[in-house]
Design a protein around this ligand. Structure first.
Ligand SMILES: [Zn+2]
Length: 67
């Protein structure tokens, strides 16, 4: 089982680029907002997010909460 690990640099243009070119990970999750699953900080806060499978769901976690 592999885990998709996606780190963003904070530019919104990169988000669109990612969504179009990679497997539809976001279509299988309710993480419609790119914010941390725990603290809700997102790209707009300058936070890098990483996708992680949690309880069979894909969630986004910031650098602090990705462990
Ligand atoms: Zn967090």
């Amino acid at each position: 089982m592999t885990m998709s690990q996606l780190v963003y640099s904070g530019k919104s243009s990169l988000i669109q680029d990612f969504v179009l070119k990679t497997e539809p990970i976001f279509l299988r999750t309710d993480a419609h907002e790119l914010t941390c699953y725990v603290c809700k900080k997102g790209l707009q806060d300058g936070t890098s997010l990483t996708a992680k499978t949690l309880d069979s769901k894909n969630v986004m976690l910031c650098e602090k909460h990705f462990e």
